[in-house]
Design a protein around this ligand. Structure first.
Ligand code: ZN
Length: 699
C-alpha cells in the first residue's frame, strides 16, 4: 500500500474568483505555483508549464502568437513572472525547416534564442520544443510519483492503457529534446481526443483549452493513478520488513557517528554538507527485504538521478545487531568501492567528446534500520537530493508493487548525466565562495562579535550554527540571518558553554543538521570588574567557568569531531587585550582571559599533527552591538574613568594608537582570515584588533 501521504488524493485548489481578473500569462503563473506546491505532483525544479498567448508584437504592433514556457533552471512551485521564457510560435514552427535529424537535435538548442519574443532575457529550456509542438493552448509537464511509478514499470505501456484507457497515451523512453517535441506533436495529431500522454521512465504531459482545464486534467489524471495503486498495492511495500527500524533516539545517535566520518572520506576535492532523513517513506524502504536489490537498480526519472547519482550506497549496518564501530571501520573500503564502480561506469559509457569524469562519490547513503544520509556541495542541494530520493522511493514502491521496477538503461543515464548541454550549464555556474561547504559553530553567536562573525562567514558561503545562552536573541539572530542568506545556511542551538551536557548536545545538533564541522569560533564571554578584596568567589568562578572551562569544553568537542572527520579543523578564540596586558580592578577577568590564550597555544601544539589550527583574536573596547558592554560593565568602566557612559567610545578611540574605534565587523574580519585558507600556514598565533595598544604587543 502507498503510505498515507501518498494515498491521499490531490485537492483541486483552483479558485475561479482569484483567476477571474488575471491575464492569460498571470493565469499560467497561478496554475504553475498551484501545481508546484505539492511534491507529489512534481519534484523541486522538475516539470514545466506553458501557454500559447496572443500578444502585441513590439515591432509591428500586430498580434503575434507567443509561447510562454517555464525557462531554464526554474521551479514551477516558486516561479515568478520573470521565470518564463517567451518565444514567437511562428519562428519555433519555422525551426522544423532546418532540423537535420535526431543525431543533430542538440544543435536546435542554439536556435531557441533566435525565437525570443520581446527581448526576454530568460533562457529557454531544453523542454521548450515539447511544449511548442503539442498543438494545444495550455500544456503541463509534471513528474508525479504515481505516474512515474507507472512509467518505470516493466510493462508501463500496458499499465497506462489499463488505468487510463484511450484518454492518456504512452510514448517510449526518449531523452527530452527537439525530437521528443516532434513525437509529441505526432501523437497529438494522430490522437485528437487524448488528454495527455505518459512518457516512459520520465513523467506526464497533459493539456487543455483553458488554464483551468489543463490544471484540473493534471490533478484528475494523477489522482486516478494514486487511486489505482491504492486498489492494487495491498501487499506490504517492498516485499515486507526484513529488520525493524531502531528507535528514533538510536537512529539519530548512529547518524551523528556516521555523518562526520563519511564527510571526511568524501570531502577531499570539495567540502560537502550533509542532510539526514528518517521519515516514514525512507524507513519503510531501509527496513525492507528489497532494499539492496532495488537500490542497486538506480533511479528512473532523469531528474531523480541527476540529483542523486545513478545509485545510492547502502551502508553495511545490521540494525538487529548494531555495531557502529564495525560499520565505521568498513566505511573507507565501501566508499572506495563505490568510487571505483562509478569510474567503471564512466569508462563503460563515455563517448569521444564526453566531459571529464565528475566527483565519483555517492550522494545518497542508505543505512538499514536508521535512515538516509545525503551529502552535496551545500545544505540546500543535500536536502533537495534527499527529497528526490524520497520521490524515487515512492516510485519504486508503486512500481514494484504492481509490476517489476526498471531503472533507466545505463547508457541513457550516462548520456543525460554527461550531456554536453548539462556540462555547459555547470561551466556557467559562478566559482564557489571561499568557505563554500564549510561548517562553522560560533558561541556567543547572537551577540555583537558573534553575529558579525556569522555574517562574515556566511558571506563566504559557510553554514553557521549559532550557539548562545540567550534564547530570544538567538531566535532573532537566526531569523535575521536566514532572511539574508537562506534558511539552509543557518541553525541555532541553545548552549550554556559551562555545561558539559549542553555543549555535547549542541555539537551533536550541529552534526545532525550539517553532517560535520570545520570551524569553531569560541566567543561566548562576559566581563566583570572588582578590586581583588571585593571579588567574590562566585564572581571569580563565573569568569573561570565561562572563559576558561567553557573554551575547554567547546574545543574538546570540536577536536573530537575533527579527529573523526580526519580533514583538519580550525579553532579561533576570541580573547582580549586583557589576556596579555594586566588591568587594575579586573583580576578575575584578566586571569581567565590569560588562561584562554594559553589554552589556545596548548591546543595549537596538540592539533598540529592532525592539521587542526588554533589561533586567537584579541579585540579591545568593541562597544557597539556588544551585550557585555550594555550593562553594568559599561557603567563600571565609565565610573573608573570618571566619565559619562556616552563618552566611553570616544575615550577608547582617543586612547588607541591609531585613534580609531573598533567595531564587531573588524573583529569578524580577523576571525574570517584565521578561519579561512588564507591563513593556512598559521597556528598558535594572536592577532590584535584594537586600533593599536602598545601594552598588548605580543612578544
Ligand atoms: Zn521532465
Amino acid at each position: 500500500m502507498l503510505d498515507k501521504q501518498q494515498g491521499a488524493r490531490l485537492a483541486n485548489l483552483w479558485d475561479d474568483a482569484k483567476a477571474a481578473g488575471m491575464s492569460e500569462a498571470e493565469r499560467l503563473l497561478y496554475r504553475s505555483n498551484l501545481l508546484g506546491s505539492d511534491k507529489r505532483i512534481t519534484n523541486y525544479g522538475g516539470g514545466n508549464t506553458s501557454a500559447k498567448v496572443m500578444e502585441k508584437d513590439p515591432l509591428t504592433g500586430e498580434a503575434a502568437e507567443v509561447l510562454w514556457v517555464k525557462g531554464s533552471g526554474g521551479d514551477v512551485g516558486t516561479i515568478k513572472m520573470d521565470g518564463f521564457a517567451t518565444l514567437y510560435m511562428d519562428k519555433l514552427r519555422a525551426l522544423k525547416g532546418i532540423y537535420r535529424g535526431v543525431e543533430f537535435e542538440d544543435e536546435m538548442v542554439g536556435y531557441l534564442p533566435h525565437c525570443t519574443f520581446n527581448l526576454n532575457p530568460r533562457a529557454a529550456s531544453i523542454d521548450t520544443p515539447l511544449h511548442a509542438y503539442v498543438p494545444k493552448v495550455h500544456v503541463d509537464h509534471m513528474h508525479p510519483d504515481a505516474i512515474i511509478a507507472v512509467a518505470a514499470s516493466k510493462n508501463s505501456k500496458e499499465l497506462t492503457k489499463k488505468i487510463f484507457g484511450d484518454e492518456i497515451g504512452w510514448l517510449p523512453w526518449k531523452r527530452p529534446g527537439y525530437e521528443l517535441g516532434l513525437w509529441l506533436e505526432k501523437y497529438c495529431l494522430e490522437n485528437p481526443k487524448a488528454r495527455g500522454v505518459v512518457l516512459e521512465s520520465h513523467g506526464l504531459f497533459t493539456w487543455g483549452d483553458t488554464a483551468k482545464e489543463a490544471y484540473e486534467t493534471t490533478i484528475e489524471i494523477i489522482n486516478r493513478a494514486i487511486a489505482w495503486f491504492e486498489g492494487e498495492n495491498t501487499a506490504p511495500a517492498f516485499g515486507g520488513e526484513a529488520k525493524p527500524a531502531l528507535a528514533a533516539s538510536e537512529r539519530v545517535a548512529i547518524a551523528k557517528k556516521l555523518m562526520p566520518v563519511i564527510r571526511g572520506l568524501i570531502s577531499a576535492e570539495e567540502k560537502k554538507v550533509g542532510h539526514f532523513d528518517d521519515g516514514k517513506a525512507v524507513l519503510d524502504f531501509v527496513t525492507s527485504t528489497s532494499l539492496e536489490p532495488l537500490a542497486a537498480l538506480g533511479t528512473s526519472c532523469p531528474d531523480h538521478f541527476l540529483r542523486t547519482k545513478i545509485r545510492p550506497l547502502v551502508v553495511d549496518f545490521d540494525p538487529a545487531q548494531p555495531d557502529v564501530e564495525k560499520t565505521l571501520a568498513g566505511l573507507p573500503e565501501a566508499i572506495a568501492a563505490y568510487r571505483a564502480d562509478y569510474a567503471r561506469y564512466y569508462e563503460r559509457c563515455k563517448r569521444a567528446d564526453s566531459p571529464a569524469m565528475r566527483d565519483p562519490n555517492a550522494v545518497v547513503y542508505l543505512v538499514p534500520g536508521v535512515g538516509m544520509i545525503t551529502f552535496a556541495k551545500d545544505k540546500a542541494t543535500a536536502r533537495i537530493s534527499g527529497e528526490f530520493y524520497v520521490n524515487a522511493i515512492n516510485v519504486m514502491r508503486g512500481a514494484s508493487g504492481v509490476s517489476t521496477y526498471v531503472g533507466l538503461p545505463e547508457q541513457e543515464a550516462f548520456d543525460i548525466e554527461y550531456w554536453l548541454l548539462e556540462e555547459a550549464k555547470l561551466q556557467r555556474m559562478p566559482k564557489p565562495k571561499s568557505l563554500a561547504g564549510r561548517i562553522a559553530l560560533v558561541t556567543g553567536g547572537a551577540g555583537g562579535i558573534g553575529k558579525a562573525t556569522a555574517v562574515r562567514l556566511m558571506q563566504e558561503g559557510a553554514c553557521v550554527v549559532l550557539a548562545d545562552i540567550d534564547e530570544t536573541a538567538l531566535e532573532n539572530a537566526q531569523n535575521e540571518l536566514a532572511a539574508r542568506y537562506g534558511k539552509d545556511f543557518v541553525r541555532s542551538v541553545s548552549m550554556n558553554v559551562t555545561s558539559e551536557t549542553a555543549v555535547e548536545a549542541g555539537f551533536g545538533d550541529a552534526l545532525l543538521t550539517f553532517g560535520g564541522l570545520d570551524i569553531l569560533v569560541s566567543n561566548a564571554g562576559l566581563a566583570s570588574s572588582a578590586a581583588i578584596e571585593d571579588t567574590t568567589l562566585a564572581l571569580w568562578n563565573k569568569n573561570i567557568d565561562i572563559l576558561a572551562t567553557g573554551y575547554f569544553l567547546v574545543s574538546r568537542e570540536a577536536f573530537r569531531i575533527f579527529r573523526s572527520q580526519k580533514a583538519g579543523g580550525n579553532v579561533v578564540f576570541v580573547a582580549s587585550k586583557n589576556g596579555l596586558a594586566a588591568s587594575p580592578g579586573a583580576s578575575a577577568y584578566c586571569t581567565a582571559k590569560a588562561a584562554e590564550i594559553h589554552l589556545a597555544r596548548c591546543l595549537a601544539l596538540e592539533g598540529a599533527s592532525a592539521q587542526i589550527r588554533v589561533n586567537v583574536v584579541n579585540p579591545d573596547a568593541v562597544l557597539r552591538g556588544s551585550k557585555i558592554w550594555s550593562g553594568e560593565w559599561k557603567e563600571q568602566r565609565a565610573a573608573a574613568y570618571k566619565m559619562d557612559v556616552d563618552d566611553l567610545e570616544a575615550h577608547y578611540r582617543e586612547r588607541s594608537m591609531l585613534k580609531l574605534s573598533v567595531f564587531p565587523e573588524d573583529i569578524a574580519e580577523a576571525i574570517y582570515f584565521l578561519a579561512s585558507d588564507m591563513s593556512a600556514k598559521s597556528t598558535g598565533n594572536i592577532v590584535n584588533v584594537d586600533a593599536g595598544n602598545a601594552q598588548s604587543f605580543t612578544r
